[in-house]
Design a protein around this ligand. Structure first.
Ligand code: AMP
Length: 193
């Protein structure tokens, strides 16, 4: 593993713990000698993750769509900033540049990004780990919902197990290093439930 992608809020959230965890995540990635890949913004938790890595000498690669350059305000101190034409190009490049994907707390954008890479993994389009960093129990409700989806027969247990959950960035990296992608394909044969 050489690089980790972090998806997180373009807002700061209500509690200081979210920012603290974002900074710690950047720091942990940098200290592990990994490149941080993220959305390239200077706002919200996104900017703090980048700052956390840069403050500890880490390499930080941002990927920002042109139309968001003003709204999310491109971070000025990154090792590399790729300006791309669309959200789709952004996610494609972030996925190509990264060996694992972590969601910190965030809004709809964060959900969209982590769900997309998880579902790409589910389809066998990549074998990279995905996970939720559960700060202050922020993701408890979502994780319970995954369990409901599984018990109600909409998600295979092997797919539920693909998604990693950790309380600290270090334990997330440890889980990523041990991650083995499932051998079972998602595709269900006709007649199978
Ligand atoms: P949010 O979690 O909503 O604060 O957004 C976090 C990041 O996700 C920001 O960089 C948003 O620009 C981005 N984002 C928002 N909507 C989408 C989308 N549909 N596809 C990809 N990224 C998005």
């Amino acid at each position: 593993m050489k690089s980790v992608c972090v998806f997180c809020g373009s807002s700061l959230g209500a509690a200081p713990e979210y920012s603290e965890m974002a900074r710690k995540t950047g720091e942990t990635i940098a200290k592990a000698g990994l490149t941080l890949v993220y959305g390239g913004a200077s706002v919200g938790l996104m900017g703090i993750v980048a700052d956390g890595a840069l403050e500890h000498g880490g390499k930080v690669v941002g990927v920002l769509p042109k139309h968001l350059q003003d709204k999310e305000i491109g971070h000025k101190g990154l090792s590399e900033l790729h300006i791309v034409g669309s959200m789709h190009e952004r996610k494609t490049l972030m996925a190509e540049l990264s060996d694992g994907f972590v969601a910190l707390p965030g809004g709809a954008g964060t959900m969209e990004e982590i769900f997309e890479v998880w579902t790409w993994g589910q389809l066998g389009l990549h074998n990279k780990p995905c996970g939720f960093l559960n700060v202050l129990g922020f993701y408890d409700g979502l994780i319970s919902f995954f369990d409901l989806q599984t018990s109600e027969g909409f998600m295979k247990p092997v797919m539920r197990d693909m998604v990693q959950v950790a309380d600290t960035p270090q334990s997330m990296l440890d889980k990523f290093r041990k991650y083995e992608p499932p051998a079972t394909p998602k595709w269900i044969k006709p007649g199978e439930t």
